[in-house]
Design a protein around this ligand. Structure first.
Ligand SMILES: [Zn+2]
Length: 294
């Protein structure tokens, strides 16, 4: 199954529902960063949420979701856009804890319970929009529900999960976000709460192979209408040209040093891709830098 998000209107047309299947995207991120299981779960939950938040945007709009707690993983940064492209990293992917009672990965222990959730949106205007809320649980889903409710004033329920198999591989990932539309009735709110109370955990849903459509059916039954399906894929904004422009911007002296060193390599911290620049390529960039200075 390819990764995708469904957008739906449900619960008497008084709520928007976004459901994401992000298994391949998350597996790719975890592979690139060589993340251990608890870090992989934290990164994967954040990426699934980021993918959905990207799907809430339009056209060329994009956003960065940054979760920074006081746990050993450091900050988690996810880039996503309205085209279903998602990328991201965490400061320290080689951290892992599991709950000794449940045997499950302990996301809260790697993320921490104090810190912030920050969202920077680029909606194509001159200024970026930044909004922020406090970290409230370190489990990511609750933190985002709090973010939407407090910072964006949109009451939301968020469920996220990454199923890591006994071989410590990401087998599946995904989640959903339900957002109340303005003027939603008490009856609808009660209906959503009742539906959520009956839902298995996201990891159970993923483990059972449930598709976004199956999850929508479990949540809302006939009281839902799918509006759109958006394919999701791992994508990083980096490119050879982007790093080349960065090297040109360093200036002539710096580039001469790189040439004297026999070449240079640059690594994208978002996706760990390495770009090599040999002497011949650096000579071209040096010429560009000289032209820029005139
Ligand atoms: Zn990259």
């Amino acid at each position: 199954m390819i990764d995708y998000i469904i957008k739906a209107l449900a619960f008497n047309n008084e709520a928007r529902v976004y459901i994401a299947h992000t298994s391949q995207t998350v597996a790719e991120m975890v592979r690139r960063h060589d993340a251990l299981p608890a870090a992989a779960a934290a990164l994967g939950r954040s990426a699934s949420a980021g993918a959905i938040m990207g799907a809430m945007l339009k056209g060329n709009q994009r956003l960065t979701l940054r979760i920074e707690g006081n746990g050993p993983i450091g900050k988690i940064v996810i880039d996503a856009n309205a085209k279903g492209e998602v990328g991201g990293y965490c400061d320290q992917p080689h951290v892992h804890f599991h709950n000794t009672q449940t045997g499950k990965v302990d996301v809260k222990a790697v993320v921490g319970t104090q810190g912030s959730v920050r969202v920077v949106k680029d909606i194509g205007l001159r200024e970026l929009f930044t909004s922020e809320s406090a970290l409230v649980s370190g489990e990511i889903a609750e933190d985002l529900a709090y973010y939407f409710t407090v910072s964006e004033q949109v009451p939301s329920a968020v469920a996220l999960g990454v199923y890591i198999n006994p071989e410590n591989e990401v087998e599946s990932a995904g989640g959903f976000i339900i957002q109340l539309l303005p003027g939603a009735s008490e009856e609808t709110i009660a209906k959503i709460e009742a539906a959520l109370a009956k839902m298995p955990t996201t990891v159970e849903l993923l483990h059972d192979g449930k598709t976004p459509e199956d999850i929508l059916d479990l949540l809302a039954g006939n009281d839902a209408q799918i509006l759109e399906r958006l394919p999701v894929r791992f994508h990083c904004q980096c490119s050879y040209e982007r790093f080349a422009r960065g090297i040109v911007a360093l200036g002539e002296d710096e580039i001469r040093n790189m040439i004297a060193d026999g070449g240079a390599s640059a690594q994208c911290h978002f996706c760990n891709e390495v770009y090599e620049f040999d002497i011949e390529q650096l000579e071209i960039l040096l010429a560009d830098a000289k032209r820029n200075q005139k």
